[in-house]
Write a protein that binds this ligand. Structure first.
Ligand SMILES: Nc1ncnc2c1ncn2[C@@H]1O[C@H](COP(=O)(O)OP(=O)(O)OP(=O)(O)O)[C@@H](O)[C@H]1O
Ligand SMILES: [Mg+2]
Length: 373
C-alpha cells in the first residue's frame, strides 16, 4: 500500500506574462516548490482556492507542460527524460478526467468512436470486432449501456457525459487517473454518483486516483490523503480523516470552518477568511498566508515556513502550529452561523451516497469471504 507510484520533488512552474505596450512584465509563480508522493492504490486529493495552482500542478504531473524546475517520477522513472515509446507508455498509464464533460468530448464523434479512439492509438493491432466488444465492456463498466455506442454526446446528460469521459480515460488501461475537478460541473445529486463510480473503479481496477477539487465535501468523501495548496505551495498534507479532525495549518482550519457543523472539526472555533487572495505574481514574503492568517505573528511576514511533521504522516508549513493547537477551542464561542441550505444539502447527499456505497462494498466483501471459506 505504501509503494510510491507518483512523486514530485520541488516542482516549480513560473509563467512569464505581460510585455505588450506597457512593457509590464510579471512572473506568475503558479506552482512554487511542490513536493508530494502518491501511493499506489490510494486516492490523493489536492484542494485549494481558485488560482492556487492545482491545474498547473496536474499538468506538470502528467507532463502536459514542462516545469521551470524540479522533477516528477512515475513508477520510479523521471518523466522529463521520456521520449518516443516510453512517453507513449506514460500517456497510456496516466490518464486525465476533465472538469467539463460538455467541452471535453468532440460532439461530432459517436460515443463508440470516442471510447474506441484511445484503443486505436494504444492498441492499433486490435481487430475491429474485438475493439467493439471492448468499448461495450467499458461502457458497462461506467454504468452505461453498450447500445449507447451509436449515440452522440449531445444526447446525454452531464453525468452520463462524464461517464463517457471516464470510459474514454479507462480505454488505454491506465494505472493512474488524474481528475481535475471531475464533478464540479455536475448537479449535486449527480456528483455523488460520479464520485462513487470513481471510488468503485479504483477498487475494481486497482487504480490510483489523484483528485483535484476546491470543494471540501468532495475531498472528504473521496480521499485517503489530502494536500492543501495555497498560492502555489502545499501548506498541509496528511491522511484525510486526520486533517479533517485535527487541521494544523491555519489555512486548512479556515477552509474547514466554512463547512457545516457536523463536519468541521474545531467545533467551537469559527475562523473567517478575510481579504482577497494575493496575486501569485506578487506573493507575500515569509509565510504566504500571513496576510490573511487569524494567528499571524510578526515574524511570519519574514520567515518562510517549511513543511514539517505535525502528526502521524501529517505535515504543516506553519511556524506556530503547536502553539495554535495548544490554545484549543475558544472558551465560550458565539453560536456558529447556520450553513447555507445548499451547502448543508450537498453534505447530506454525499453522506447518503457514500453510506450506500459502503453498504454495497461491505456486502460484496462478505460475499467474497464466504466463497473463500
Ligand atoms: N498558461 C498560463 N500563463 C500564465 N498564467 C497562467 C497560465 N496558466 C495558469 N496561470 C496562472 O497560474 C495561476 C494558477 O492557475 P491554475 O489554473 O493552476 O489554478 P487552479 O488552482 O487550477 O484554479 P481553479 O480552481 O480556478 O481552476 C493563476 O494565477 C493563473 O492565472
Ligand atoms: Mg483549475
Amino acid at each position: 500500500m505504501s509503494e510510491i507510484v507518483l512523486e514530485a520533488v520541488d516542482l516549480k512552474k513560473h509563467f512569464h506574462v505581460g510585455g505588450g505596450l506597457l512593457r509590464q512584465r510579471a512572473t506568475v509563480q503558479a506552482v512554487d516548490g511542490v513536493s508530494l508522493q502518491v501511493r499506489r492504490g490510494e486516492t490523493f486529493a489536492i484542494v485549494g482556492e481558485s488560482g492556487c495552482g492545482k491545474s498547473t500542478l496536474a499538468r506538470l504531473l502528467m507532463r502536459l507542460i514542462e516545469p521551470t524546475s524540479g522533477s516528477v517520477r512515475f513508477d520510479g522513472r523521471d518523466v522529463a527524460g521520456l521520449t518516443g515509446r516510453h512517453l507513449a507508455g506514460l500517456r497510456r498509464d496516466m490518464q486525465f478526467v476533465f472538469q467539463d464533460p460538455f467541452s471535453s468530448l468532440n460532439p461530432r464523434m459517436s460515443v463508440g468512436r470516442l471510447v474506441g479512439e484511445p484503443l486505436e492509438t494504444h492498441a492499433p493491432e486490435m481487430p475491429a470486432d474485438e475493439r467493439r466488444a471492448k468499448v461495450a465492456e467499458l461502457l458497462r463498466t461506467v454504468g452505461l449501456r453498450p447500445e449507447h455506442a451509436d449515440r452522440y454526446p449531445h444526447e446525454f446528460s452531464g453525468g452520463q457525459r462524464q461517464r463517457i469521459g471516464i470510459a474514454r480515460a479507462l480505454a488505454s488501461g491506465p494505472r493512474l487517473l488524474i481528475g481535475d475537478e471531475p464533478v464540479s460541473a455536475l448537479d449535486v445529486s449527480v456528483q455523488a454518483q460520479v464520485i462513487n463510480l470513481l471510488h468503485d473503479l479504483r477498487d475494481e481496477l486497482g487504480l490510483t486516483l489523484v483528485i483535484i477539487a476546491h470543494d471540501l465535501a468532495v475531498i472528504r468523501h473521496m480521499s485517503d490523503r489530502v494536500a492543501v495548496m495555497y498560492l502555489g505551495r502545499i501548506v498541509e498534507s496528511g491522511p484525510a480523516e486526520q486533517v479533517f479532525a485535527a487541521p494544523r495549518h491555519p489555512y486548512t482550519m479556515v477552509l474547514l470552518s466554512a463547512i457545516p457543523e457536523p463536519y468541521y472539526s474545531r467545533a467551537t472555533r469559527r475562523l473567517p477568511l478575510e481579504g482577497e487572495t494575493p496575486s501569485p505574481a506578487n506573493p507575500p514574503p515569509g509565510c504566504r498566508f500571513h496576510t490573511r492568517c487569524p494567528f499571524a505573528r510578526p515574524d511570519c511576514a519574514s520567515r518562510v515556513p517549511e513543511l514539517r511533521s505535525a502528526g502521524p504522516d501529517q505535515l504543516a508549513a506553519c511556524h506556530y502550529w503547536e502553539e495554535i493547537a495548544a490554545e484549543g477551542p475558544v472558551a465560550s464561542p458565539p453560536p456558529p452561523p447556520r450553513p447555507a441550505p445548499e451547502v448543508a444539502q450537498r453534505f447530506a447527499l454525499y453522506e447518503a451516497a457514500l453510506a450506500g456505497a459502503q453498504v454495497t462494498r461491505r456486502a460484496e466483501t462478505r460475499e467474497i469471504q464466504r466463497e473463500e471459506r
